[in-house]
Ligand binder design. Structure first.
Ligand code: GLN
Length: 492
């Protein structure tokens, strides 16, 4: 069996050299054998997956028409609502929660005849960069289990890297698809804001959140993106656009595209020298392929982290106010001997929220409540919105000169589990290269660019103008073709 790309899996299914049931069983067996060590899944739906696989096999046997992902086993980040499985956001607050509906992305996967294996681990409510803050414990990097797999969609990235799913769906608010993709040696794409419906994606920061694919190859990203994107009236920010044939677009010639880079980013002292070296080689490679190389300045980029860490917590504090112990989710036991002056209702809210949320989520709620409070709104939130606009304008002017901006996804290779858990500022600084794409709403992807001398993966990031995914995927694919990239699956 060749499981190194969706295309090869599709061929084997189409020629019936393997059935969808056999394939699904193969992944389920691997999960049973390996995932206790990785912790990529919070919930595995073996029965549902096998049933779906049988139905695809039956349709195929009858010669019925099949969806684009027919029979392909996929994992889904546990922040996307599923009717047939719990949706917890890795939070005690939503322990055991069953959504009455499927997220738009999940509906699309079903329509495409994909097999959903289960729900993957994340940082609680997607707030974090290491998949360590969830109430069920961390996920681990399949290439070195003492290291982080990144986050917040770490479970999704790890499931693909360890061959526990053929592809996965994650979400990216400030880097949560790209950073774990880079850390786990897989491909990941954050689409243009509004390309993929957020209906049923549990909100962290609504103006930044976007769902997107993980896969072993650039073509895998294109295939899955095609299946999940497109207009949806239930998300008011969903764009009125036609779906594009992304998989077809990736083979298009990339000369004479112009590829930009920001010298200041490559010369930043925090950037690992081997990552820097690979990026320099990538620039040379694009030059060789006939692209024009343009050096750029993004003057407001240095404000991206502070801007993001005002905008995202502000929106989070508002979005998470709904978890009050009454509507759904966790409700704390009442303390009969309580000595507080609070009314029973207020006491219930306080106890439920204190016990239901973990410390990182509480930190974000406090930060956001502060930046939105009457006395500080103008000084922090409003100012951050203005800087956000300047960051977007930097990109707008850059994309009049280039077709894509190349750079690192992360400053370093995966750090040790626990290393930054108690130092939030260090953790936030990890997002240096990723958050600005979310602030600007532009598409960005991360693809593997080889292995560091420490044995860990390194990621190349490409950012593009709004709705330029087809071009971005073609540019990424050309790089992989040129370096004769071979997808790697851990424990194979
Ligand atoms: N690490 C960033 C944060 O903690 C990004 C998370 C995300 O993209 N969901 O907010």
């Amino acid at each position: 069996m060749d499981l190194s790309s969706l295309q090869s899996i599709q061929k084997q299914l189409a020629s019936r050299s393997i059935s969808s049931r056999e394939l699904t069983q193969y992944y389920l067996d691997r999960i049973a054998k390996l995932d206790s060590n990785i912790g990529s899944y919070l919930h595995v739906d073996a029965e549902g997956a096998l049933k779906a696989a049988d139905s695809v096999d039956a349709k195929r046997a009858k010669g019925e028409s099949l969806g684009a992902l027919a029979g392909i086993p996929i994992s889904v980040k546990d922040i996307l609502c599923t009717r047939s499985m719990p949706t917890t956001c890795a939070s005690k607050m939503l322990d055991g929660y069953m959504s009455p509906f499927d997220a738009h992305v999940v509906e699309r996967l079903h329509q495409a005849d994909a097999i959903i294996l289960g729900k993957t681990n994340l940082d609680e409510f997607a707030m974090g960069g290491s998949t360590e803050t969830g109430y069920r414990g961390p996920s681990r990097n399949p290439w070195n289990v003492d290291r982080t797999c990144g986050g917040s969609s770490g479970g999704s990235a790890a499931s693909v890297a360890a061959g526990l799913a053929a592809a996965s769906i994650g979400t990216d608010t400030g880097g949560s698809i790209r950073q774990p993709a880079a850390f786990c040696g897989v491909c990941g794409l954050k689409p243009t804001y509004g390309r993929v419906s957020r209906y049923g994606l549990i909100a962290y920061a609504s103006s930044l959140d976007q769902a997107g694919p993980f896969g072993l190859t650039v073509r895998d990203l294109a295939i899955v993106l095609e299946a999940i994107s497109g207009h949806d009236h239930r998300d008011s920010t969903s764009l009125q656009i036609e779906n594009e044939p992304f998989a077809e677009a990736i083979e298009k010639p990339i000369a004479p595209y112009r590829v930009g880079f920001v010298p200041e980013h490559l010369d930043s002292p925090g950037l690992d020298p081997e990552i820097r070296q690979k990026l320099v080689e990538a620039i040379e490679l694009y030059r060789k392929l006939g692209c024009e190389i343009v050096s750029l300045d993004l003057p407001h980029h240095r404000f991206a982290i502070p801007t993001y860490y005002i905008v995202a917590p502000s929106e989070a504090s508002s979005n998470l106010s709904r978890y009050d112990g009454a509507h759904y989710g966790f409700r704390a036991e009442m303390d009969k001997n309580r000595g507080s002056a609070d009314s029973p209702l207020v006491a219930m809210y306080k106890r439920s929220r204190s016990q239901g949320f973990g410390s990182e989520v509480k930190r974000r709620i406090m930060l956001g409540t502060y930046t939105l409070s009457a006395g500080y709104y103008d000084a922090y939130y409003l100012k951050a919105l203005k800087v956000r606009r300047l960051i977007r304008q930097d990109y707008d002017s850059a994309f009049t000169r280039v077709d894509a901006i190349l750079g690192p996804t992360t400053p370093t290779t995966p750090f040790e589990l626990g290393a930054k858990k108690d130092d939030p500022v260090q953790m936030y600084l990890e997002d240096l290269y990723t958050v600005s794409a979310n602030l600007a709403g532009i598409p960005a992807l991360s693809i593997p660019m080889g292995t560091h001398s420490n044995g860990l993966p390194m990621g190349l990031q490409l950012q593009g103008a709004p709705l330029s995914e087809a071009k971005l995927l073609a540019i990424a694919n050309a790089y992989h073709r040129e370096i004769s990239y071979q997808p790697q699956i851990a424990f194979s």
